[in-house]
Design a protein around this ligand. Structure first.
Ligand SMILES: Cc1ncc(C[n+]2csc(CCOP(=O)(O)OP(=O)(O)O)c2C)c(N)n1
Length: 317
């Protein structure tokens, strides 16, 4: 059982990890779009501790926190994001394509594309007679794709051990959720697929963990799929470089006050779990450790340009 103090630790590491990634954008060490989930850490940390190596998790373009929650090695992730040979995929994939086959962790930049993958994992577990589960984490932008309906329907028909977690941060790039959904919430759609539906405050790490832990247990015991909607807000633009003019300054300022790290720290202090000093020293220790990790990754080599076509075409011996 992961304690709330430990979950807070995850949140701090997740925040620092993404702040480290941000350093690589202006320096052009990271090419392409970088999407962070700063502000959404209570969801990532709420998923931690429930999944085994043989459980699958498929994530999105905003995937760093889910990978950390699944136990993917942070150094190998950071090296991949910084396009180094030592990265998870040898520096060929970059931040949107983090893969760790040993942990059945995958990510995709195609909205909704992780859902059918998860159905495949769940079906495979069923055929093997295993109680492994399969988790898809998607954004609210994925919930009106065909893949979302098809995957949840298939999971419902076959009572597959599937959990779909939707991070509803209210915006799919510049499209507000209320303009794109015929239902006020996502969780209320669950009965259409005979799935359990639950909507949680995604700034509350314990609420997320409760909902996710229950869903994983239900799936392992043959109780079928669960759709979890976790409400949240992304603190940064859709990607680094997004002018983000579609959200008002007033909205952004107001919502950033609901920082899950601050809310969780306040909870820890009010319950007497930790003092303000302990929280500060944890944050300073993680900041220092992440600076060391980043410095170490930066010293690694990038792939040789001569290998650019490796993994693109079949290599015939
Ligand atoms: C099939 C597909 N259509 C469009 C895009 C372009 N695109 C990238 S991210 C995104 C919005 C995703 O929003 P959401 O699912 O809410 O996730 P968030 O970025 O808010 O985490 C879109 C439309 C894409 N990557 N894939």
């Amino acid at each position: 059982m992961v304690s709330v103090w430990e979950r807070f630790g995850y949140m701090v590491w997740m925040r620092e990890f993404e702040l480290a990634c941000l350093e690589g954008v202006p320096t052009r060490e990271i090419h392409g779009e970088l999407h962070t989930a700063v502000g959404q850490e209570a969801i990532g940390a709420g998923l931690a501790g429930f999944l085994r190596a043989d459980d699958a998790l498929a994530s999105t373009h905003r995937n760093h926190l889910h990978a950390i929650a699944k136990g993917v090695d942070m150094r190998a992730m950071l090296a991949e994001i910084f396009e180094k040979e030592t990265g998870l995929c040898g520096g060929f994939g970059g931040h949107m394509h983090l893969f760790d086959a040993s942990l059945k962790f995958s990510a995709t930049g195609i909205v909704g594309a992780g859902l059918p993958v998860v159905i495949g994992h769940a079906w495979a577990a069923r055929l093997r007679g295993s109680d492994a589960v399969a988790v898809a984490v998607v954004g609210d932008g994925a919930v009106n794709t065909g893949a979302f309906h098809e995957a949840l329907n298939m999971a419902g028909v076959h009572r597959l051990p599937v959990i779909v977690v939707v991070e509803n941060n209210e915006w799919a790039i510049s499209v507000p959720f209320h303009q794109a959904s015929a239902t006020a919430t996502i969780a209320e759609r669950a009965p259409a697929w005979s799935a359990h539906g639950v909507r949680v405050d995604g700034t509350d790490v314990e609420a997320v963990a409760d909902a996710f832990g229950t869903a994983v247990q239900r799936a392992r015991e043959g109780g079928g799929p669960t759709l979890i909607e976790a409400t949240c807000y992304r603190f940064r633009g859709h990607f680094e470089g997004d002018a983000d003019t579609y959200r008002t300054e007033e909205e952004k300022e107001r919502r950033r006050k609901e920082d899950p790290l601050v809310l969780t720290a306040q909870r820890l202090i009010s319950r007497g779990v930790a003092s303000a000093e302990q929280i500060d020293s944890l944050r300073s220790a993680v900041t220092a450790a992440m600076a060391d990790l980043l410095a170490s990754v930066r010293a690694d080599r990038s792939p040789d340009p001569a290998t650019a076509l490796r993994h693109v075409f079949v290599e015939v011996a």
